[in-house]
Design a binder for this molecule. Structure first.
Ligand SMILES: Cc1cc2nc3c(=O)[nH]c(=O)nc-3n(C[C@H](O)[C@H](O)[C@H](O)COP(=O)(O)OP(=O)(O)OC[C@H]3O[C@@H](n4cnc5c(N)ncnc54)[C@H](O)[C@@H]3O)c2cc1C
Length: 426
């Protein structure tokens, strides 16, 4: 793929118009928390028929499953964020990228709900579970969250996980805590990963601890919780560095009683597999690839703002764009834009041809694109001088927002280990 298709460009122009009219004028209100991010996305979905498209796609899937056409856990042909097939992959990325030019936070909340919560339930849930939770989630009428991170287990997500369930009759009791959860304060539906504690205390000799009795190795199960359940507490939003229009918080589980119907797939799996770990891992590539589209939006917006500023800011009788050191910054931004865009084109082409992107490649893409967006945005602040440090000129928000891409969806240091592991395992 060498260029955006005509359809992609038409979608881009229409979304850009929507963003200019419906989001740009409200960015300060979104950033301050005065305005919630969810209604804007619902308006976007209504304007472009995205909710209808997602509903139709889900209806067809559920009808096929009811008729016995495929296993409930079959993934859709291409699990595009908006429920489309591989052919619409470019469109989804265009929407994400355009939104990120002005409000990465809005995209982060949408991405977690549609890109993590929905695929997890779709990929692991029984037909009944998909019928119960997906219809309101795919249209964004309900907001989803996806909770794996805990205070003592970020990068070491499975090993360090302390949230646990014990069996209770045919169901479970959940205790523990999650942190940094996008949409956590507001989510209606939350996918939660927790270890199965089968009664052993996890103590004993070091030899015993290295076996399956070691709490690090316990089976991970995946549950779906609804807002307002007894013992389930959603915190207020954290204050943070950027993506202020995305609300991030903690979740607390105090003896939350979970029926078996809330265990995704309604099975703990056998002793050879670990459905919870597999469930979480199956999202990693898609989440990492999504970062490329977000990074592209940031870089394109920085370039637009910087080129314009370089042509208008005059010092020593010249536009600053005439200074070679400023030209170097602009040219470096352009190369980053070309590289990130080309990586995204490869991802789109892979979706169109049904080719999987390996975890190592997705990690390389995430690492490169998030670093490029952060570097570009920090340099954009520099091009603007003192104005760059002022909120009014927007580049400072882009720099704060871009930094988040280096941390979530797996920190960049962890991406590097996955790239290296891919190379060394050949
Ligand atoms: C804005 C935001 C939104 C988020 N949303 C969600 C969400 O919706 N759901 C969710 O479950 N989580 C979410 N997270 C959590 C996110 O996935 C974690 O922050 C991330 O995985 C890193 O974990 P940590 O913060 O505990 O850092 P740590 O794991 O404590 O890492 C500390 C440092 O050590 C480095 N490090 C760790 N391991 C290695 C290694 N093997 N080699 C070298 N260096 C290493 C890290 O890269 C980092 O620099 C979100 C985080 C943020 C900031």
């Amino acid at each position: 793929m060498l260029e955006w298709s005509d359809v992609d460009i038409a979608v881009r122009d229409a979304v850009r118009e929507f963003v200019d009219k419906e989001i740009r004028p409200h960015v300060d209100a979104l950033e301050s928390g005065e305005m919630e991010p969810y209604p804007i996305i619902r308006k976007l979905f209504a304007t472009f028929g995205i909710a209808d498209m997602a509903r139709d796609s889900l209806d067809k899937r559920l009808a096929r499953l009811r008729d016995g056409g495929g296993a409930a856990t079959d993934k859709p042909a291409s699990a595009g964020m908006f429920g489309g097939d591989g052919g619409s992959a470019g469109m989804g990325f265009v929407v994400v990228s355009e939104l990120c030019r002005v409000s990465m936070g809005v995209v982060t909340g949408m991405g977690v709900s549609l890109g993590l919560t929905v695929p997890t339930i779709m990929g692991r849930g029984t037909l009944a579970q998909q019928e119960r939770w997906l219809p309101d989630l795919v249209t964004y009428d309900k907001v989803g969250a996806w909770a794996i991170t805990e205070p003592d287990s970020g990068s070491d997500a499975f090993g360090g996980m302390k949230s646990y369930v014990v069996r209770d009759g045919d169901g479970y009791i959940l205790n523990g805590q999650k942190t940094f959860i996008t949409n956590g304060p507001d989510a209606d539906v939350v996918v939660v990963y927790a270890k199965l504690n089968e009664g052993d205390a996890g103590s004993g000799s070091s030899r015993e601890r290295s076996s399956t009795s070691n709490p690090r190795n316990r089976k991970v199960l995946t549950f779906v919780l609804d807002r307002g359940m007894d013992g389930f507490v959603q915190s207020k939003p954290f204050r943070k560095m950027g993506i202020h229009s995305s609300r991030t918080g903690e979740l607390f589980f105090n003896d939350v009683r979970l029926g078996r119907d809330r265990l995704l797939g309604e099975t703990e799996g056998d002793d050879t597999g670990d459905s919870g770990r597999d469930s979480a891992r199956s999202n990693f590539s898609a989440e990492r690839i999504g970062v490329a589209a977000m990074a592209l939006g940031v870089i394109e917006e920085c370039l637009r703002l910087c080129v314009d500023y370089a042509k208008t800011r005059t010092l020593w009788g010249k536009e600053i764009g005439q200074f070679q050191l400023i030209q170097l910054k602009l040219a470096t931004m352009e190369v980053a834009r070309m590289n990130v865009r080309n990586m995204l084109f490869r991802v789109i082409e892979a979706a169109q041809t049904g080719t999987a992107i390996s975890l190592a490649e997705a990690s390389a893409i995430k690492w490169y694109c998030s670093q490029a967006a952060t570097d570009v945005a920090m340099e954009a602040v520099q091009v603007f001088g003192g104005n760059g440090y002022m909120t009014e000129y927007r580049v400072e928000q882009l720099a704060r927002d871009a930094k988040s891409l280096m941390i979530y969806a797996g920190s960049n240091e962890v991406q590097i280990t996955h790239v290296a592991r891919g190379l060394l395992s050949d």
